[in-house]
Design a binder for this molecule. Structure first.
Ligand SMILES: Cc1cc2nc3c(=O)[nH]c(=O)nc-3n(C[C@H](O)[C@H](O)[C@H](O)COP(=O)(O)OP(=O)(O)OC[C@H]3O[C@@H](n4cnc5c(N)ncnc54)[C@H](O)[C@@H]3O)c2cc1C
Length: 1174
């Protein structure tokens, strides 16, 4: 169990995977594993049948026989990707795979169109359509094939495209009301479908198919036919005619892997009107879908209105108003007004170029979408669709080699090859069971009972553990912090939706997950007080957590005096910020194995094994030396694997203790999202005074922090928030902070806890001041940056010496490297020339306080000279092991053996954290654990070098040269103690320090959809002297992108009971390759010597996340330009410069601030300022 390497798990005799060799070209699949793949385990299962008919007749017989002796559920499948969307709680027992029926996989092209078999994958359909376009060009109708193929490229991922079928998608749309793209675009192209029922075939239009009752289980969709459109010949020959086809989708991710808010496809046949020169629409098909109706529709009324008319501004205006009345989502869809508004935008985008001739709006209409694919605007930022470019700059320091070198992350190859072993990769011990949490869906209720649902087979279930199973001497405790503990399970009373009620244990993880989802909880709500679900409720009912006085931040100056000095004052402005989920790749994981003599070994994916250990011991009521927690590495933590990992491991340990069997869990994403809590939501009300120059004189804030039901680490949030908000000189600073206790899941630390919110609120205040004064927000920022004197006032414990204050230098340097001034002018020029796209530019600084905590380390040198290192810090992907390795090599290298430097690095191995081997590991948190772990190791090495030095000198004198291996061999023989441990406890006078950075971002906003594109971000960040610039660049970029997620994309929504509803990747959108800045430049500022820091280094794990607010602020600047334009068209006085752009600035939010009816307003304005045909 201790040896966690892949090769120890491999059952074959040939136990090693071949080593990847870059020079060998393509790596071949290892021969010895091929025999493993021949296993037909899946097909041979007695419980499940996977049938593969080779002909329709065989399928008919199968369906007949199954229907007559049917016991379980039957499902026709092709790729079975629908299982990713419609999670099956009740398992089918028979799957019929349609892929081997030749007619379903056929693609036929003829002069009237292309017929695609229902089982053809999306990828193959794309290829076939591209080929058909090539062959049919220059026929006008060929464009339809090309556009459909291009749109299909945005469906799902490549995996979905390669596996999912066209037919499967259409049946999902018809039967399950899936918000399909394929249904919409094929509807817009006038497609037909062929259906086979028994032996009968039927061809109907796709429109009719979608409107029919659900396809029954005996019918099979056999193919879809896309007609090849041709211009009508004969009539009015000699008249110019044209066929247009275009598709649209507005989705949180522009290039795919996100379902659309709304999609559309429009086909139009036009001719020019002889007298006016305008365009006449002879025929049009207008399809809209995914907007919150059962299925995609043809907007027949709009089609009727447009057909045969000369397209004038008036006609277009009528048409878009009719679209607005037609494309109406069902209530409860979410963002209803937004979806209708985007549908209007799509039709406008399609038709407005055609209305040019009559209303003369050519200057202002959109360029063609084709040109947009690779557009470059007026010599401005070149913006390829998908790819991004980057620049990474750092200065190399070699004085502490190999510290300071950009060494490849330790274990990178293991991780890239999949060989790295995470807690869930450990093979299950014999008789291992699997657990899953049953959680509450009510915020405040008595729990009368929890029953296993008869639908889940009872033979699956081994136990339903709850608080009553805590052994005598144990305690109902699931996590511990210095502020108190949290129960493992709710007792007879649940206090929040997402509360842990029980732990269901079954034979497999799937069985446990399904049974826990189906479990029946009997709630009793009678005569209970209403739950506290908002911070306002908490204030009304005085429901607060105490903040210990030593953690409560200090005020600065005299607020009333500051306000009196101000020329302008803003009173009681409000900012609200919501939560964020961690979205680590590896979910919460643990494996508990009972050991002899009432001991328990637990493998846990935790950022704080020491606390997991103590919690388990308390819960099962054993001394701490009976528990051992092992953590090798964690697949992403971001704070979520700190407190929240404790109940997961403790539940497994308790179940293992009760059942006397090993128990493990891999918490499924939905449950994890519901129970995780995430970042603290807040409501801030502030009053601020400032001079006409923008210089701020006083700020007062009332801050309500939503902490949820348990304390967790919430009492630290006020000090974290205020520490970062102090990045500007506010003159006087006064505040009141309340940590509210609400009936929601307790919030926990998340990368930059409280700090992200503090930094953002500072920017929101600056933006408000700038809007009030009608000046550029970056000028207001600059004028309020600290001098070193004001820095000392606001950060008395951490301001450091004058040369350490690098923010002004960063500000100037970044302005130059990002070409800030030139780009400001270009942005303003761009905004003048473009009606439907606006750009914004913003520069945001950070001043971030970091605290160094104590950390343990142990270094042991083995007989062959190899070195084993243990540290309290956990490798979370932040490169801690890499830096520790470098530090060990550097510090042991000071012994100065011959030819040592490079070799020594390769001799170091960092091993897993084991709470009985190295104690006091503490939390891996707050960005500084790498440096404190390095310091602990440095201290160990110092001792070892001292012990080895006399022997080395002696050998040197005797032999002239000393090799490392020889020295160590001799040392072992001469009984030198070659293992030592240390505990690095920083001096309290210097355990806090500040670090600085700034980011400039440029964002483009599409005013028709509210979509944003980050054109460029430039970051300059002070790492002191980076311990490893490659690792630090990765940390800076990663943190920044996670920040982009928070500020722009990730909506962690809850229902009215406080139960999380964004509980999977369908609804919660983290950034992907298409979100990151198109141009992403990062520079590490090497700011020289910092005498109290570990080899002059400064941390960078969390602070750069805060810089992502520059993207939000740049978006705001673009929206401000859009609002100025909207105002210039009249009708809208309410769209002034002062507005609140919520976080995250998702598409509906941005569009709402740009005007949901901006198209209609524009049209009205155009019609009123031009002579238009009525
Ligand atoms: C991560 C992800 C992202 C996605 N994103 C998008 C997107 O952006 N836009 C979009 O439009 N779609 C999207 N999809 C949906 C995807 O296109 C469909 O899941 C896929 O096309 C279904 O094909 P399949 O072969 O896997 O169907 P299956 O899952 O095998 O079947 C789906 C359903 O259709 C039935 N069925 C299948 N074939 C037939 C047939 N010939 N006759 C009768 N019944 C049949 C099955 O019984 C089942 O009920 C996404 C899916 C995933 C998993």
């Amino acid at each position: 169990m201790e040896d966690l390497g892949f090769n120890s798990f491999c059952k074959t005799k040939e136990s090693r995977m071949p080593v990847y060799d870059n020079n060998q070209g393509i790596s071949r699949f290892p021969e010895f594993l091929k025999s493993e793949c021949k296993s037909n385990l899946l097909l041979g299962s007695e419980k499940l049948r996977w049938l593969t008919p080779k002909a329709f007749l065989e399928l008919d017989n199968m369906l007949l026989s199954i229907n007559s002796n049917r016991v379980g559920l039957v499902k026709l499948v092709v790729g079975n990707t629908s299982a990713g969307y419609y999670k099956e709680l009740e398992n089918c027992d028979t799957y019929i795979d349609l892929r081997y029926i030749p007619e379903l996989s056929c693609i036929r092209r003829d002069p009237v169109g292309i017929e695609i078999g229902a089982a053809v994958t999306i990828s193959k359909a794309i290829c076939a359509l591209r080929e058909a376009f090539r062959i049919e060009s220059p026929s006008e109708g060929a464009i339809v094939y090309k556009k459909i193929a291009a749109h299909m490229e945005k469906i799902g991922t490549k995996f979905v495209q390669n596996t999912g079928s066209i037919g499967g998608n259409l049946v999902m749309a018809q039967r399950e009301h899936f918000p399909s793209d394929i249904a919409t675009i094929l509807l817009g192209a006038g497609a037909f479908v062929n259906i086979r029922s028994g032996t009968a075939y039927e061809t109907v239009s796709l429109e009719e198919f979608l409107e029919r009752p659900h396809l029954d289980s005996k019918s099979v969709l056999s193919s879809v036919k896309i007609p090849l459109w041709e211009l009508e010949k004969g009539r009015n020959s000699g008249v110019d005619r044209k066929l247009l086809f275009e598709t649209y989708r507005a989705a949180p991710r522009a290039h795919g892997n996100a379902l659309a808010y709304v999609n559309a496809a429009f086909l139009a046949e036009l001719s020019s009107c002889g007298s006016s020169g305008g365009a006449v629409l002879n025929k049009c098909l207008l399809a809209f879908g995914a907007y919150g109706k059962k299925h995609a529709i043809r907007a027949r009324e709009v089609e009727k209105l447009l057909t045969g008319r000369v397209l004038t501004a008036r006609v277009l205006y009528e048409a878009i108003n009719l679209v607005k009345a037609t494309v109406v989502p069902e209530e409860g869809t979410g963002s209803e007004a937004y979806r209708s508004s985007v549908a209007v935008g799509f039709l406008f985008e399609f038709l407005s170029p055609l209305a040019d001739a009559t209303i003369g709006i050519s200057r202002c209409t959109l360029s063609s979408k084709d040109a947009e694919e690779n557009y470059e605007e007026g010599g401005h930022v070149k913006c390829p669709r998908m790819l991004s470019s980057s620049r990474q700059v750092f200065q190399l320091h070699i004085d502490y080699r190999p510290v300071g070198e950009p060494i490849v992350t330790s274990g990178a190859a293991l991780q890239a090859s999949g060989e790295a072993v995470y807690a869930d990769d450990i093979p299950s011990p014999e008789n291992c069971l699997h657990g899953s949490f049953v959680y509450s869906t009510k915020p405040l209720a008595r729990v009368r009972g929890i029953q296993v649902n008869p639908k889940s087979q009872s033979n699956w279930i081994s136990g339903l553990i709850n608080y009553k199973d805590i052994p005598k001497g144990g305690k109902n405790v699931g996590s511990m912090t210095i502020f108190g503990s949290e129960p493992l399970f709710a007792d007879d009373f649940t206090q929040c939706a997402g509360d842990r009620l029980a732990f269901l244990v079954a034979g497999t993880q799937k069985e446990a997950d399904v049974a826990s989802r189906l479990a029946i909880v009997n709630y009793d709500l009678e005569n209970l007080e209403a739950p506290i679900l908002t911070v306002e409720d908490a204030v009304a009912r005085s429901s607060f957590f105490q903040v210990p006085p030593f953690l409560y931040p200090k005020e600065v100056g005299d607020f009333s005096k500051g306000m009196a000095e101000a020329d302008h004052q803003i009173f009681s402005a409000e900012v609200k910020i919501d939560s964020q989920y961690y979205f680590y790749m590896e979910s919460q994981t643990a494996l508990a194995v009972p050991d002899e003599d009432n001991c328990m070994v637990v493998y846990s994916s935790s950022q704080c094994p020491e606390y997991v250990h103590a919690t388990i011991a308390q819960c099962i009521g054993v001394p701490e030396h009976n528990v051992r927690v092992i953590t090798r590495r964690v697949g992403g933590g971001f704070g979520g694997k700190a407190i929240k990992s404790m109940p997961v491991a403790t539940a497994c340990a308790l179940a293992a203790h009760v059942l006397r069997q090993p128990v493990r869990i891999y918490v499924n994403r939905k449950t994890d999202m519901i129970m995780a809590g995430g970042r603290h939501p807040m409501k801030i009300t502030y009053s601020v005074g400032f001079k006409s120059t923008g210089k701020i004189t006083a700020l007062k804030l009332d801050i309500l922090v939503d902490a949820g039901i348990y304390t967790d680490i919430s009492p630290v949030i006020p000090s974290n928030f205020m520490a970062v908000l102090r990045k500007y000189d506010w003159g006087a600073l006064s505040f009141d902070i309340k940590v509210c206790k609400t009936n929601t899941v307790s919030r926990s630390a998340m990368r930059g806890p409280g700090e992200v919110q503090g930094s953002y609120v500072a920017e929101a205040i600056i933006e408000n001041i700038a809007s009030t004064l009608s000046v550029n927000a970056d000028c207001v920022r600059k004028i309020n940056l600290h001098t070193h004197d004001s820095l000392m006032l606001f950060h008395p414990d951490s301001s450091g010496e004058v040369p350490e204050y690098t923010l002004s230098l960063i500000w100037e340097k970044l302005a130059q490297s990002s070409e800030y001034s030139q780009r400001r002018e270009m942005v303003s020029e761009f905004n003048k020339c473009n009606v439907w796209k606006k750009r914004g530019l913003s520069c945001v600084p950070i001043v971030h306080e970091l605290i160094v905590r104590p950390a343990p380390g142990r270094v042991s040198i083995l007989r062959d000279g190899s070195i084993v290192v243990e540290v309290g810090g956990i490798e979370l992907g932040q490169g801690l092991w890499t830096k520790v390795k470098q530090m060990t090599a550097f510090a042991l290298g000071l012994i100065k053996c011959d030819a040592l430097e490079v070799d020594l690095l390769e001799k170091v191995r960092i091993i897993q954290a084991d709470t009985l081997s190295l104690i006091q590991g503490g939390f891996t948190a707050g960005s500084t654990t790498s440096e404190s772990s390095c310091e602990a190791v440095r201290l160990c090495c110092e001792i070892l070098v001292e012990r080895l030095r006399p022997l080395k000198e002696k050998l040197k004198t005797e032999m002239g040269s000393v090799q490392w291996e020889m020295l160590i061999q001799q040392a072992h023989m001469q009984v030198v103690n070659l293992s030592t441990s240390s505990y690095s406890g920083p001096d309290f006078s210097s355990n806090r320090y500040l670090t600085y950075g700034a980011a400039v971002s440029e964002v483009e906003v599409n005013l028709l959809t509210g979509g944003t594109t980050i054109l460029r971000s430039d970051i300059l960040y002070d790492c002191g002297r980076s311990l490893n610039p490659a690792v630090d660049l990765g940390q800076i970029e990663g943190a920044y992108v996670q920040g982009i997620g928070y500020f722009m994309l990730e909506e962690y929504t809850r229902n009215s009971d406080g139960l999380v509803t964004s509980d999977g990747t369908w609804t919660y959108k983290i950034p992907t390759v298409d979100t990151i800045p198109k141009q992403f430049n990062v520079e590490i500022l090497s700011s020289g010597n910092h005498k109290n820091r570990v080899l002059s280094s400064k941390a960078c794990g969390e602070p750069p996340l805060l810089l992502a607010s520059s993207v939000h602020c740049a978006t705001r600047a673009a929206v401000r330009a859009a609002r100025e334009q909207l105002q210039s068209w009249g009708y809208h006085d309410e769209y002034g410069p002062t507005f609140n752009l919520e976080v995250p600035a998702v598409m509906p939010t941005v569009k709402e601030q740009c005007g949901l009816d901006n198209v209609e307003t524009y049209m009205k304005w155009k019609m009123s300022t031009h002579r238009v045909e009525q």
